[in-house]
Design a protein around this ligand. Structure first.
Ligand SMILES: Cc1cc2nc3c(=O)[nH]c(=O)nc-3n(C[C@H](O)[C@H](O)[C@H](O)COP(=O)(O)O)c2cc1C
Length: 356
């Protein structure tokens, strides 16, 4: 694996290794995939403004996030069906995140149960991503399982009242097989059977509203983060309705094609929130310098989706850990070269819009 030096190398190797159906599902974006590409390319429209002569002999990437001590402000994003990337799936991802020193977010559509993931990395902090099902009983049972398994926050995904139209997926016609089991889906469907991803999402409720956010935040003792915020208006509503954190996300370009890159909307959200809750961003982070740009624009941390997944696909727990380590090393170098000894030293003045 020594020839894999960066996230792009892992992405290429994963494509060689994975069957076309799962690969298309993991890689796809919605529509023309314009937003998918924008998430990545928008980072190139931001430049860094390094400061010099700052004594950067000791650089640390550590940062606290919602009370957790992280090795770096890099969290693993929730992603469905990880046992189709590697047989060890979410269990391996959880171990990699724990070894790295960060939070793993377990998807509702995981191919491992919350209890399995908790057992795999008992001491590591973990968050649970929630899709609210049409069947309230199923939703309640899922949240209870996550609470019982010691998950420390609920990440409520709000950008999927309908399932984005991903044409790569339609073309391969991939059906999520009966095995491995997706525990939440088995509960919602009554039993697992091979179905399209689109069909799975028909179980998710399109009626979700701010009242549900408030109710969830009131009912669960866990902090609730709202994932899928694009605008200052909704950021303010999230704070008003009890969110403990906001994730600026467009679902990795998989839902509404045509929305702006997340890094471009981050500043308006950060300004609106004005420090009342922590703001995270995901989508398109592929290099350590991208993390510095996100920090400069006010993110407390970033989440990475596909990069961690490509690592998992290439070499299971080791691959996911190696990708996280590569990003952390790139971040450490970039911080030092920016004249910063830690993420806390990065300010708005370290980033600027590119002029070309
Ligand atoms: C294969 C795949 C599955 C995903 N599944 C979920 C999911 O179950 N729940 C969710 O909230 N977001 C899901 N996402 C979105 C990610 O959490 C995250 O927002 C996105 O991947 C970030 O963009 P990036 O892949 O460019 O890092 C998924 C993304 C991918 C690529």
């Amino acid at each position: 694996m020594d020839d894999l030096l960066n996230v792009a190398d892992y992405a290429r190797r994963a494509q060689e290794l994975l069957p076309p159906g799962p690969h298309a599902y993991f890689a796809a974006g919605a529509g023309d995939e314009w937003t998918l590409r924008e998430n990545v390319s928008a980072y190139r429209r931001w430049t860094l403004r390094p400061r010099i002569l700052r004594d950067v002999e000791r650089v640390s990437t550590a940062r606290t996030l919602l009370g957790h001590e992280l090795a770096a402000p890099i969290v693993v994003a929730p992603m469905a069906y990880q046992r189709h990337a590697h047989p060890d799936g979410e269990v391996a991802m959880a171990r990699a995140a724990a070894a790295f020193g960060t939070v793993m977010t377990l998807s509702t559509m995981a191919t491992c149960s919350p209890a399995d993931v908790a057992a795999a990395a008992p001491d590591a902090p973990r968050w649970f991503q929630l899709y609210v099902f049409r069947d309230e009983g199923v939703t309640r049972a899922i949240v209870e399982q996550a609470v019982e398994a010691g998950f420390r926050a609920i990440v409520l995904t709000v950008d999927a009242p309908y399932f984005g139209r991903r044409e790569r997926d339609i073309r391969t016609g991939w059906l999520v097989p009966e095995e491995p089991n997706v525990p939440a889906l088995a509960a919602a469907l009554g039993a697992m059977r091979a179905t399209s991803v689109t069909e799975h999402f028909e179980l998710v409720s399109p009626t979700l509203s701010w009242r549900d956010v408030e109710r969830l935040a009131g009912e669960t003792k866990l902090p609730v983060l709202v994932k899928g915020v694009h605008t200052s208006e909704d950021a303010l509503l999230a704070v008003e309705h009890g969110a403990a954190g906001i994730v600026v996300s467009n679902h990795g370009g998989r839902q509404l094609d045509g929305v702006a890159a997340t890094i471009d909307v981050l500043p308006e959200v950060v300004d609106a929130v004005a420090g009342r809750v922590e703001v995270l961003v995901d989508g398109g982070v592929r290099r350590g310098v991208d993390v510095v740009v996100a920090l400069a624009l006010g993110a407390r941390a970033v989440l990475v989706g596909r990069p961690a997944l490509w690592g998992l696909a290439v070499d299971g727990e080791r691959g996911a850990l190696r990708v996280l380590e590569l990003l952390r090393a790139e971040l450490e170098l970039a911080l030092g070269l920016c004249g910063c000894c830690s993420p806390d030293d990065v300010t708005r003045a370290h980033g600027a819009r590119a002029t070309v």
